[in-house]
Design a protein around this ligand. Sequence first.
Ligand SMILES: [Zn+2]
Length: 155
Amino acid sequence: MPQPRFTPCVSLPAVEVRNSEIHGLGVFAAKTLPKGSTLGFYDGRRYTARQIARITWDEKLTYLFGLSDGTTIDGGNGGNATRHLNHACAPNCEAQEETGEDGKLRVRIATLKRVRPGEELFIDYALTADESASPADYACRCGARKCRGTMLGAV
Ligand SMILES: [Zn+2]
């Protein structure tokens, strides 16, 4: 029996999760996605700023997404396929913070341009790190002409 090439995503029908040539698993368009399409929301366990400061994370396995109000979403705990989005310096998707019906901030993942079926989907992580971190620790190999060489945001 041949193995399936990808894992269909039940909760987010617009995307598939499978091996990426860039890094680990990636998220790919399951169909043509017009500009402005919502893939889904970055979901997972929520932590307050105080809670997050008390936790020691295994850096290789974190799927943390920091919001502007200081809370953090851990996509590795109750999250969905959007946690597998890889970084690119010229991404075709973006994470848009907005206020949900419950009054809490949420993160919509939406396309920035039309995407064809099978294309990998990316966001710009624009990571922030403390001063001891070196940009080389967050090296980017996305291959974009304007690649910053790092997944850290502009400083
Ligand atoms: Zn890059």
